[in-house]
Write a protein that binds this ligand. Structure first.
Ligand code: ADP
Length: 479
């Protein structure tokens, strides 16, 4: 399945990146704009104060200068700001009305005035809380005005206003620059972000690419990790390990099914061959009996293989079940030894119980019985006539030691690592004759390990073999 572009991780990450970055840029823009606006306003207010102060100083410091002259002189001096200056003389007696207004000739009458209350409030203000306000009535200019009401001796109020035209133009210019720069920044950042995200996700693409190529027929492919120590490197090595494990188990399964077919086929071919030869012509009664006897042996052999295979597959499907019964291992051992006495006697082999101490473990009785039986069977099977098999169950430092030692033919050193593999037999001709099919020790390993046991083997060719399994006492075993 191909990931659609807008559903891909890189697309989503880029989108998130752009949204977050856009948010940050807009926020930063708002703060910057507001800061700039405030500083323009402060500057304008400082200018208004300067002009009002200048008008007052002009009137106060020069003798014979009327307020009309002072207003005109000040307006001339600050003409680049085009200030609107007027003097509002407040009525002293009733403290409510306005006595007179001396205005710059360009200010039309009855405009540019606040109510009486505001002027009286301005009269009561001092340098720290002067009244500044913004007049939005557009009858004096098409722009709003920033105005100061500056109280001077009298009681008089010097009123100075400057149009916000220039300030607004500056702010508009700033807004345009910010939108353009922000847009460009977003565009470049999203290009860069997308490039970086794509680069970071490239190894994931290669994982997907390789994973698609891997099939049960070819599990040898691995993803190149190129020494990465980040999350991607971890993902790649986990993935590679998983494929390696999968490859190993698929190989095992293939080998096992090959082995099973082969092992089942051999006795069937023998049975078929013997019957075909027998039917070619008339035979004597003894010949019929002889052939039937040998085909019966082969059929028994087949039955044993199938029994063992069924047992193995049954116990393997027990996976993850907990063995929670407490079992008396010494009793199991004594019962199994008793059941093997006859087989041992047939070969004149002495079954000797050296020591049996009471030992309990948590597990499954039938499985443990099979484990003990398989080891004792092998000891009897691979020990010649008049031999000896010694069996012991001892407690040592919290462990239970189960050992079976025989005086048999032994196992060559080079075969020791393989004897627990399925269908492995040391010497086909030698072991087949003894009746082995190479599954007994696979069952032993599985049972022992699922009960927390560890197996050791010591063997010397022509001298004998010792199997030793070590369990923890009363240990809870997990399958
Ligand atoms: P089998 O059913 O053929 O005995 P196992 O899996 O039990 O298969 O054992 C594998 C091989 O290990 C056998 O073919 C045999 O050669 C060797 N083996 C196992 N136990 C003994 C033993 N006590 N003495 C000598 N060889 C043994």
């Amino acid at each position: 399945m191909k990931t659609k572009k807008f559903r891909s991780l890189s697309f989503k990450l880029t989108l998130w990146y752009i949204v977050i970055l856009g948010g940050i840029i807009v926020l930063a823009g708002i703060f910057q704009y507001q800061g700039f606006k405030d500083s323009l306003r402060d500057e304008l207010d400082a200018r208004l104060l300067e002009i009002a102060d200048e008008a007052y100083e002009t009137w106060r410091s020069r003798r014979g200068v009327s307020w009309e002259d002072a207003i005109r002189l000040t307006a001339d001096r600050f003409q680049s700001y085009k200030p609107l200056i007027q003097l509002v003389q407040l009525a002293e007696r009733d403290k409510k009305g306005i006595e007179k207004i001396i205005r710059d000739p360009q200010i039309p009458e009855d405009s540019y005035l606040f109510d009486n209350k505001t002027y009286h409030r301005a009269d009561r203000s001092d340098i720290d809380n002067l009244i500044y306000c913004t007049l939005t009535e557009r009858d004096l200019s098409s722009y709003a005005l920033r105005v100061i009401l500056y109280p001077v001796r009298g009681p008089n109020i010097v009123q100075v206003g400057i149009s916000l035209e220039n300030t607004d133009a500056d702010l508009r210019r700033l807004m345009i620059i910010m939108i353009l720069a922000g847009g460009l920044l977003m565009f470049l950042a999203s290009l860069g972000g997308n490039f970086i995200i794509r680069k970071a996700l490239k190894p994931v693409k290669s994982v997907v690419h390789t994973a698609k190529k891997i099939s049960t027929d070819d599990l040898s492919l691995r993803i190149e990790a190129r020494q990465r120590h980040d999350e991607i490197g971890e993902l790649v090595s986990t993935f590679n390990n998983m494929i390696a494990r999968l490859e190993k188990s698929v190989k095992k399964i293939k080998q096992f099914s090959g082995d099973v077919s082969h092992e089942l086929r051999t006795p069937l071919t023998i049975i078929r061959g013997e019957i075909e030869v027998l039917l070619r012509k008339e035979r004597t009664k003894e010949e019929y009996q002889q052939t039937l006897k040998s085909t019966l042996e082969e059929a028994a052999h087949l039955e044993q293989i199938i029994d063992d295979l069924l047992f193995l597959s049954r116990i393997e499907s027990l996976e993850k079940r907990e063995f929670d019964k407490s079992v008396q291992l010494d009793e199991i051992l004594l019962n199994v030894v008793e059941s093997k006495e006859l087989a041992a006697k047939k070969k004149n082999i002495t079954l000797d119980i050296i020591k049996v101490e009471p030992a309990r473990i948590q597990g499954e009785e039938i499985l443990l019985e099979r484990m003990v039986a398989n080891i004792i069977d092998n000891a009897i099977r691979y020990t010649p006539q008049e031999g000896r098999v010694e069996i012991a169950l001892e407690l040592r430092e919290g462990s239970i030691l189960f050992s079976v030692r025989d005086t048999g033919i032994g196992i060559p050193e080079e075969s020791l690592p393989f004897i627990f593999d399925r269908f492995y037999v040391v010497d086909k001709s030698r072991d087949k004759e003894a009746g082995g099919i190479g599954l007994g020790l696979s069952i032993v390993t599985w049972v022992a390990e699922s009960h927390g046991g560890k197996i050791e083997v010591r063997s010397e060719v022509s001298k004998g073999t010792t199997f030793l399994i070590r369990f923890q006492q009363e240990q809870k075993a997990n399958v």
